[in-house]
Design a protein around this ligand. Structure first.
Ligand SMILES: Nc1ncnc2c1ncn2[C@@H]1O[C@H](COP(=O)(O)OP(=O)(O)O)[C@@H](O)[C@H]1O
Ligand SMILES: O=c1ccn([C@@H]2O[C@H](COP(=O)(O)OP(=O)(O)O)[C@@H](O)[C@H]2O)c(=O)[nH]1
Ligand SMILES: [Mg+2]
Length: 248
């Protein structure tokens, strides 16, 4: 199965003793080759070992079709993903929701995540990639939307290395800042980061760290850019055209 290739990849990866904090996107925009995911690597290596020869476990023998869904905070990623999931049979994995779920679990890692989210910064790649990898594994889906990830080049590199694959497409919701701010301030979900001070930081982080990821995938011909102004239904019409034309 596709995870076997991942296992082979992992077992070739060099060991490292760096701490989780060292892999933070904020540390350096130019430090793009993280070799520091010892925890995730160990777990994945175990997973590979325990699954060797277990292709008959009912899991998918092919890698799932993966769509990364990107856009600034409040651009409508979550809203559109719900519609895509319902109309096109995708499993919707929101990286932000996975992180908030970890916070709600009361774990020590959750405390670190909460602190970072309050500051509008990016959680260390190894934490987020591990949560996404586990959720993909549990869902056993053949079509997956990954909403709000990768947030920075380091996230991207970590995902591609640890999960062992690239997205098939990237959807980018392009929305003016003033519209995003208005939507976030009206979101009303009691989120610790939907206040004007944190929103300003999130917008800066989006411009400086997330746009380079969109540029990277654009250069590889994977990005579908969608104008995210108008009603949710109007935007979904553009989304529908893209997904209807795909062969998964
Ligand atoms: N096209 C739209 N027009 C106006 N408000 C919208 C639109 N799409 C989403 N919203 C609202 O804006 C807020 C942010 O949307 P959400 O889907 O959570 O965005 P994101 O996941 O990108 O942060 C939510 O309250 C949502 O209901
Ligand atoms: O891959 C991710 C996704 C989210 N976050 C953190 O979680 C917050 C909320 O993310 P979410 O995608 O839920 O926010 P949205 O863009 O949907 O408003 C972000 O500002 C980051 O602090 C992160 O660090 N890495
Ligand atoms: Mg969201």
């Amino acid at each position: 199965m596709w995870r076997r290739r991942l296992g082979a990849l992992l077992l070739r990866s060099p060991p490292s003793s760096s701490s989780p904090a060292a892999s933070s996107c904020q540390r350096s925009r130019h430090h793009l080759l993280p070799t520091e995911e010892p925890l995730a690597l160990n777990r994945l290596a175990r997973l590979f070992t325990s699954q060797a020869g277990s292709d008959g476990d009912g899991g998918h023998s092919q890698k799932p079709f993966i769509a990364f869904v990107l856009g600034g905070p409040g651009s409508g990623k979550g809203t559109q993903c719900t519609k895509i999931a319902s109309d096109f049979g995708f499993v919707h994995l929101s990286a932000g929701d996975l992180l908030r779920h970890e916070i709600a679990s009361g774990s020590e890692k959750g405390e670190l995540i909460l602190d970072i989210i309050k500051q509008g910064r990016i959680v260390p790649s190894e934490i987020t990639v591990e949560l996404i990898r586990k959720a993909m594994e549990m869902s056993n889906a053949n079509k997956v939307l990954i909403d709000g990830f990768p947030r920075c080049e380091e996230n991207r590199v970590a995902f591609e290395r640890i999960v062992g694959t690239e997205p098939d497409i990237v959807i980018f919701f392009d929305c003016p800042e003033d519209e995003m701010v208005k939507r976030l301030l009206g979101r009303n979900q009691g989120r610790v980061d939907d206040n004007i001070e944190t929103i300003k930081k999130r917008l800066k982080v989006f411009e400086s760290l997330n746009i380079p990821v969109v540029d990277y995938y654009s250069s590889r011909g994977k990005v579908h850019k969608i104008n995210a102004t108008g009603t949710a239904d109007e935007i979904f019409e553009a989304v529908r055209r893209i997904f209807s034309s795909l062969r998964f």
